[in-house]
Design a protein around this ligand. Sequence first.
Ligand code: M6R
Length: 613
Amino acid sequence: MCGIVGYIGKAGATTVLINGLRRLEYRGYDSAGVAIIDDDRIVISKSPGKVARLNDKTHADWDPTVFQRAIAGIAHTRWATHGPPTEVNAHPHLDQSGDVALVHNGIIENYRALRARLEGLGHHFYSETDTEVLAHLIGECNKGDLFQAVCDALHQVSGTFGIAVLSANEPDRIITARRGSPIVIGVGDGETIIASDSSAIVAHTQRVIYLDDNDIAIVTADSVEIRDLNNVPVTREIAELNLDAAAAEKGGYDHFMLKEIHEQPDTLSNTIRGRLDFDLGSSVLAGMGTSPRELAELNRVVLLGCGTSLHAGLVGEYAFEDLADIHAEVQQAAEFRYRNPILGSRDLVVAISQSGETADTLAAVREANQKGAFVMSLCNVVGSTIARETGRGVYLHAGPEISVASTKAFTSQVAVLIMMALKLGRGRRYSREDGIKLGREIESIPTLVARVLRQDEHIAKIATTYANNEHAFFIGRGPMYPVALEGALKLKEISYIHAEGYHAAELKHGPIALLENGTPIIALAVDIPGKDKTLGNIEECRARGARILGIVTEGDHETAECMDDFITIPSCHPLVATIPAVVALQLFAYHVARIRGCEIDQPRNLAKSVTVE
Ligand code: M6R
């Protein structure tokens, strides 16, 4: 949520900062800004809207030599929390003197009290943001040592922050700190880059340092010195990113979302490769760090997540119950710590998060750790906060997911959850022979997905029939129920069509009242147990005038004939089928949104990773 870039090193800092923002724009895109030091003063440019607009404005407003010669600066792309997305509310914010500039991710919870106190001391504020208050507080604390001023100010704030601070009086350094909002520092050759995630760094260096909560760093062109907020030095290792800069490009596709949908045969291969053991009929997930005995003694599996990751957890619930005969439940991460979760050492808690930074999931992980549960994570972003705090778990290896709508992360999450359930199942009731059979099915997932992707044009044609509707309902049963939820989420977030997912049986308990002539029902009528019941539910909808788009199994002509339109997926195990089925719905949502002329990669009001509660 919001993107931070800081740069110090060589001439051309402004371009580096703006290019970095472009790579982080998926984190927030309602306004943007940049501050550099020129001629011993801070020069700022800010704009509502996207980074491209900021770039145009900065080029128009700044003398080209100023633009090019700067060697240090900070920049920000915003997802508004305090105050609307206007130029004045955009970051960077200045202190009272105008000599200190700050960019900030997170929320300063006590900003009202701090603002009142600072106003009492004669400070004037221009924006509605909590960030401007922190900038003034740093300025107020600044007695000629920026590092100490930032430390003193941060001692007075409650809430979360990832920050970068620039001072015209100390042009050779940037101060950066974190609590609850990630900061990564890229260690280059005569240049250092600060960012809220590594996608802004990878074009410069693969060598990074992840700050921990309450770390504060003095960053110069060729050094990084880290201390805690009490000024005690701390050591953080340099890690290698192993990221391909090209992975964060569109690669010829019109949108990141389409690219990421089409990448899935590859990303799923990367997720699955080396993780199946056909001798044992099981899976190899070393990162889980569990002994067979620990697995056998587990009482329960609790899956935590938000949004798409929550839906993956729902598929996981079916997988654990089905394959491992173990009680499994999904909990919405935001609610978890506000209940009284009953947890012990024989409860396995799996936190699912693409970004590994979602604030609610992170807080749920902390709650589960505190209660002594056996906690692990399933993240895509290597080195993310959730991955590091859980210490054990499984990485997806799906590569950077840039589109705000999550696609390839979901399918990899589901693939890993099925493999986890298989591993647990083999220690309990699942036979080696069944394990080998399921392993073969898991191995074939990339091919199954490729068969759905071949229907891209057909799905685009179908989308024209549904693109003018304002409501849609997705229905499914068993493991196809979470797929219905995910299909509805994809459609609503990128096309702005009001879409709801329901268990197929639930429709007649109320929502069926909304059906009119032509209301779309997208039915997961795949040939798995329960299909006949779903077909009955489809007829109830048709009788009320609904138009039915079915996801059906290849060769199941009888079912296909019940539909107004249909997309096929190959015949496979019911759990495995969730993956090709969701890919069909991802393509459907994409084409509907495209026909409607929506901003597919950056839908309104959203941000890629939600780092505030
Ligand atoms: O990074 P996470 O997986 O923790 O993110 C969770 C949700 O914010 C995310 O899945 C969101 O629902 C996506 N926009 C869905 O496409």
